[in-house]
Ligand binder design. Structure first.
Ligand SMILES: *Cc1c(COP(=O)(O)O)cnc(C)c1O
Ligand code: SF4
Length: 349
């Protein structure tokens, strides 16, 4: 049975007030700091077979393991095939070279108009405000992205702001990364304040996995700057499986909704994680329970090291067809694929 959302529960979330603010900021930083990074810890905590240690270590040497505590607590113990575990456990399969799977499959480096500024689609500019993430998703196309050289240094927004101010066709700025909500609120508040003054902007969008993997992140300091802006706030979260919607994550989403933030979800279709009718149906229904509209279901970006997650286009299309038969249209996410040079994320028919 699904866990109810915050509005149906008693007590928490904690009331606003200076004390609460300070506590919550410390909480999310603490959650980030206590993320599991050592394969041996993960295997021991989750009671997994010791034989997994060597392959996990080898794969983690390429792209480190990182699992924050809330996400960890949602993983079932003793099951190497748990759908949440599969998203974060470094595996031997990542070390295989598979033709067609590349380092930069979506051409992001070519789309950068300035360091950290991607302007691929009309009217929208994406800022990669940090390379850091709270969780390391094994299928992520950014696993090889050279963040350190291609990100604007925190606080040095001037070139990006000048670029945005000079192009009156831009209506929306997307804060992305990495995960932009791993950045401190005072820094994001300042950036948001600067964007506010650019007259042709209408919306500020945030792409983040934090509200569900580090739910402590959603608190008064975040809501304060997000809701103070003249720009309409939109947040696109990233939930792949209904088991990620644990009570704390649900409360965080409810708080965002309660503050008037538009909430959408993007998921990636992943083999062995969510490639079944039942899982996708439950995901959509539980998202809307929390006020989140399913937006995109992405076909995997063909990034080196993630081939074992791929669901082929024919199976993906068939799955979406079956979803249409059991869900209202607004709960069926758009199945899309990102293609080099395309003017938008291409619908998969
Ligand atoms: C995905 C993406 C966007 C947003 O696309 P929408 O279809 O508006 O959600 C914008 N810029 C870049 C570079 C993107 O990858
Ligand atoms: S950018 Fe998103 S999908 Fe990629 S590792 Fe970070 S949180 Fe995961």
């Amino acid at each position: 049975m699904p866990v109810p959302c915050a509005r149906n529960e008693t007590g928490d979330p904690s009331p606003p007030g200076k004390g609460a603010m300070i506590t919550r900021t410390a909480d999310w930083k603490n959650a980030l700091a206590t993320a599991v990074r050592d394969p041996a810890d993960l295997i021991e905590t989750l009671n997994l077979p010791a034989t997994l240690l060597e392959p996990t270590r080898s794969a983690a040497a390429q792209f480190p393991l990182r699992v924050p505590p809330d996400y960890l607590s949602a993983i079932a113990e003793g099951n190497p095939h748990d759908p949440l575990l599969r998203q974060v456990l470094p595996s031997e399969a990542e070390l295989q070279t598979v033709p067609g799977f590349e380092v930069d499959p979506v051409g992001d480096r070519a789309a950068a108009v300035l360091p950290g500024v991607l302007h691929k689609y009309r009217g929208r500019v994406l800022l990669t405000v940090t390379g850091a993430c709270a969780v390391h998703c094994r299928y992520c196309f950014r696993r090889h992205f050279p963040y350190t050289t291609e990100n604007p240094r925190s606080g040095d927004w001037e070139p990006a702001l000048r670029y945005i101010a000079a192009d009156t066709s831009i209506r929306e700025v997307i804060l992305s990364g990495g995960d932009p909500l791993t950045v401190d609120d005072p820094i994001l508040a300042e950036l948001s304040g600067r964007l506010d003054t650019i007259g042709h902007l209408r919306r500020l969008r945030i792409h983040s996995r934090m509200p569900t993997v580090v739910p402590e992140r959603v608190g008064d300091p975040l809501l304060a700057w997000l809701t103070a802006s003249r720009l309409s706030p939109v947040m696109v979260v990233h939930v792949n499986h209904p088991a990620e919607l644990q009570p704390a994550a649900r409360r965080a989403l409810e708080e965002l909704r309660g503050a008037g933030i538009w909430l959408f979800n993007q998921a990636v279709l992943l083999r062995g994680v969510n490639d079944s009718l039942d899982t996708l149906t439950a995901l959509s229904e539980q998202l809307i329970d929390c006020g989140v509209v399913p937006y995109y279901l992405h076909l995997l970006d063909r990034v080196a090291g993630a081939a074992h997650f791929e669901v082929d286009e024919t199976s993906a299309t068939a799955l979406i067809g079956r979803l249409r038969e059991v869900l209202p249209g607004y709960l069926v996410p758009r199945l899309v694929r990102e293609r080099h040079g395309a003017p938008y994320k291409l619908p998969v028919q």
